[in-house]
Design a protein around this ligand. Structure first.
Ligand SMILES: O=C(O)C1CCN(c2ccc(-c3cc(CO)ccc3Cl)cn2)CC1
Length: 315
């Protein structure tokens, strides 16, 4: 068997914070944020943590495929902002939905999380599992330094995911995952330091230029290598939503029409592991992507670790 996506779902915390809202509390402007990133607003969790967002997604997914939680063999949550170090968000979700037959675990590869998790889940199905959930979920707002305008304006909260079920039709046509830990200091979040009994949790910090260049050079190259001469046959490119200008650069370097690069960063900001499933769920919801329609799409994640990865799917 092979893993096949049979449903998608997402959940955004209700509070919307616009660029103008941020301009009231820090030195920035809607003009700067929108022109440099493409972001116009983001959802910010209040009294909800990452597990709460993921539980909403899990329940919606089960409703969509009309399955019981006991039908699930596994739950994988991709997150860089877990509620706890332990229990995992995945185990919290399992407990909340009573998925008594599932094994559950988180994976932590920042914005490549959903791509890594989907690749791994496919292998669980290929080695005998029948059905599972793969969800990317983040509450990045709790990790941000709201005095640092260079990062505070970029990120948002949200969760989205898929049901993966056993099928005799392969969905993942080609894939390659990468990491380069020697560049990991370019994007850090949540360092816990204890000096003379004082516990300090460091906020998200990013060397923007270095990551931007990594995305528009190394990651572009990896997509070129995966697609070889098939770039023109791909219907849609679903890239991690880190910055709208990155989509422009990818389209130009791959010589593919810009409209093939789906974009929703304007509504959500960068929700790290949730950006790709959120984009996929919206595209399925509005009929752009049809599950079972044989379209060719590529999922490309890139970010903290540093990590990156490409999955070429025939959905
Ligand atoms: O134009 C400017 O001055 C700035 C220049 C720097 N920018 C950046 C730089 C890097 C990222 C980013 C973040 C992650 C983390 O998920 C992953 C992947 C990327 Cl490429 C997002 N924005 C914002 C506009």
């Amino acid at each position: 068997s092979y893993g096949r996506i049979t449903a998608t779902a997402s959940y955004l915390p209700p509070k919307v914070v616009t660029n103008d809202d941020l301009a009231k509390v820090m030195e920035t402007s809607d003009e700067w944020i929108a022109s440099r990133t493409g972001i116009r607003q983001r959802h910010i969790a209040e009294n909800e943590n990452t597990s709460d967002l993921c539980i909403h997604v899990a329940n919606t997914l089960l409703q969509k495929v009309k399955k019981q939680s006991s039908d699930l063999d596994f739950i994988i949550i991709a997150t860089m902002t877990p509620d706890y170090h332990t229990p995992s968000v995945a185990c919290m979700v399992q407990g909340a939905i009573q998925a008594t037959n599932a094994y559950a675990f988180d994976i932590s590869v920042a914005c490549s999380g959903f791509v890594y998790a989907l690749s791994l889940a496919n292998k669980l199905i290929q080695t005998g599992a029948k059905c599972g959930l793969v969800i990317g979920g983040e509450v990045l707002s709790k990790m941000l330094d709201w005095q640092d305008r260079s990062t505070a304006v970029l990120f948002g909260d949200g969760a989205a995911g898929v049901v993966l079920e056993a099928s005799d039709q392969p969905m993942i046509v080609k894939e390659k995952l990468y990491s380069n830990g020697s560049l990991g200091q370019a994007l850090t979040s949540g360092l816990v330091e204890t000096t003379d009994y004082q516990k300090t949790v460091h906020p998200l910090q990013m060397e923007g230029r270095a990551i931007f260049d990594f995305a528009t050079r190394t990651v572009v190259q990896s997509v070129k290598e995966l697609l070889a001469d098939e770039a023109q046959s791909v219907d849609y490119f679903l890239l991690h939503q880190a910055n709208a200008r990155i989509l422009d650069i990818f389209a130009k370097k791959l010589q593919v029409p810009r409209e093939k690069f789906l974009q929703n960063i304007q509504h959500y900001g960068n929700t790290s592991a949730a950006t790709i499933p959120l984009l996929l769920d919206e595209a399925v919801g509005d009929g752009t992507i049809i599950l079972g329609g044989k379209q060719k799409i590529i999922l490309t994640g890139f970010g903290g670790g540093l990590t990156w990865g490409n999955l070429l799917l025939q959905v």
